[in-house]
Every structure is written in C-alpha cells, then in structure tokens.
Design a protein around this ligand. Structure first.
Ligand code: C5P
Length: 295
C-alpha cells in the first residue's frame, strides 16, 4: 500500500469511578467508555523517515506527538527500518478528557499495519499501544466498553440505542496528572453503580442513563475550573436529559432525546462566548474507520 487514510474517533465517559491508588502511582478505575462521531483524520504514506504535519503545518515538537510516538513504537516492534509521512487533521479538542491523543496513537498503529501490510494481530497492536497512553487499548477497538485497571482491562458491551450528544469544551483545559493528584487529597466519593449503568445502556434507556452517569473526577476538576459548572448548567438549561464531565475534563457533554433537540441546543450554545467548542456528536460502534487506500 502507498497511502492510507483513517478517522480516529473521540471517546466520552458514561462513568469514571476511582477505586484506589496503585503502587506505581496510577489509579485503578472502573469506567464505561463510549466512542463518539467527533474524529481526527490521519493520512499516512510510505517514507524512509518519520515526519508529521498537523493541519497542514510542520510541527515544532513532533517527537512529543502521539502519532509520531506510535509510529516509532510500531517500527521498533516490527524491526522495520522504515518511516512514514503523517498528516494529522486535528478536530478532537486537547486537554478535554476525550482521548484525542490516544485516538491519534491508535489510528496511526492501525493505519501503519495496513500501509506496510504487516498483519499484526489486534493483541499485538494493544501491546504496542499500551505504553503510549492509558486510553490507547480502548481506542484500538471502541464502541461501548467497560474498562478496568488503568483502562487496559476491557469488556465490550452492546449499546441498545444510539444516543445524540452535545459536547461543550470550556475555554480552559484540564491536565490529567494534576487532576488525579488533586483527587488524592479529597474524601473518597460515594460508589458509582456501573452494573446498573451497563444495564441501562444495553436497554437503550436514556432516562436511566442520565440518572446514573457519574464521574468521581468532576468535583476535583470543577474546583479548579469554573468552566465545568458553567458547561453542565448550560447543557441542562438547553434541554439535556443529563450532563456530565468526561474523563479528567474539561469537556462536558449532555445527552438529548433526539438529534433535533441536540441541534436546537447547539444553535443556542454556539452563540455563547463561554466555550472554546460546541460539538454535536452521536455514539458510534468502532474506534477507527479506514476511509481511503491507495495501492
Ligand atoms: O497514561 P495517560 O497519559 O493517560 O495518563 C496521564 C497521567 O494521569 C499519568 O501519568 C498519571 O499521573 C495519571 N493517571 C492515573 N491513573 C490512571 C490514568 C492516568 O493516575 N488510571
């Protein structure tokens, strides 16, 4: 293959329960993760070295970018003395809790496996991806999943009905390590009923989903970022059945009864100056979509 283009979808958390802190400093989690239609686009072609353009521009700190880290890890694992030109169209907001960096890493691994026809198994891509970020194993498969450990223990679930969602990105983002360390200083919050939430999602019962969704990190991020309360209140005032922060923040989302009501809320909220982004999305059943191949 000479050229491969993929779309890598963002994720939202229906829930995020922190169960405890592990010896390595990471936190043990029990989460329900969902792929949604907002995506980054990654175009990759064969080359001798690794290069990256983001939104058409050369990037100064390319080595820090997760597409480049994933490409390095891929060539190291396969032992190939090759590279690739990567062109990334970034749409998923950063510091949002939507797994944008992990989506880019997963998309790059899947695209390279097709580009170089290396036929690595899914489990091998997971092995390569795990060291790149806690959400990468989810981002290699996607849909609706329950995630344990630090996000690497995954169980697929069947979403009963597609859900229309509006995402608001506050002006200020959130740093995941900062939020987890601030969490350690607060009183442990009350448990989240993830079994009941799975049942509600499988049954397609949006009212119950709205009542059960919860995020242990939300009060922590909200205490550092007034944008969280502003976003969740704005969503509820615009007809959301329920609204919550995703991941460690700072993006917040509301679930809507249908696409029309989400579109109406979007029309109102795009006029607000409180948000960096307003995205109308819906649930999707995979994490990476192959959109173009050139032999
Ligand atoms: O691996 P990732 O880049 O997603 O995580 C960033 C940081 O967030 C970690 O270095 C760690 O400080 C914190 N974290 C954590 N427990 C998790 C996931 C992340 O403490 N389960």
């Amino acid at each position: 293959m000479r050229f491969v283009a993929v779309e890598a979808y963002a994720k939202l958390n229906w829930s995020l329960a922190v169960l405890g802190k592990m010896e390595n400093g990471y936190h043990e989690l029990d989460m329900l993760l969902q792929s949604v239609s907002l995506c980054d686009k990654i175009d990759i072609q064969r080359a001798d070295e690794i290069s990256l353009k983001v939104n058409g521009k050369e990037t100064p700190f390319a080595q820090k970018n997760l597409c480049v880290k994933a490409a390095n890890a891929f060539f190291e694992y396969t032992g190939m003395n090759k590279g690739c030109d990567i062109s990334l169209t970034k749409r998923i907001p950063i510091c949002a809790g939507m797994g944008g960096g992990s989506a880019d890493a997963a998309g790059t691994l899947i695209a390279l496996n097709v580009l170089y026809e290396t036929r690595l198994k899914h489990e091998e891509l997971v092995d390569i991806g795990m060291s790149l970020g806690a959400d990468v194993p989810f981002m290699l498969k996607g849909g609706l999943m329950r995630a344990g450990g630090i996000g690497e223990r995954l169980e697929s679930k069947r979403l009963g009905d597609n859900i229309d969602i509006l995402v608001l990105m506050p002006r200020k983002g959130a740093s995941t390590p900062e939020i987890f360390s601030a969490f350690d200083a607060i009183t442990p919050p009350k448990p989240i009923d993830n079994d009941a939430l799975v049942a509600a999602l499988e049954a397609g019962d949006k009212t119950r989903v709205a009542g059960l969704m919860a995020n242990h990190l939300q009060p922590v991020t909200a205490s550092l970022n007034p944008g969280i309360a502003i976003a969740t209140e704005a969503l509820m005032n615009c007809g959301a059945m329920g609204a919550m922060m995703t991941g460690s923040g700072s993006a917040c989302f509301g679930i809507y009864p249908d696409a029309d009501s989400a579109a109406k809320a979007q029309q109102v909220l795009v006029r607000s100056r409180d948000f960096k982004g307003v995205y109308k999305v819906h649930t999707v059943h995979s994490a990476v979509r192959l959109c173009r191949l050139l032999r």
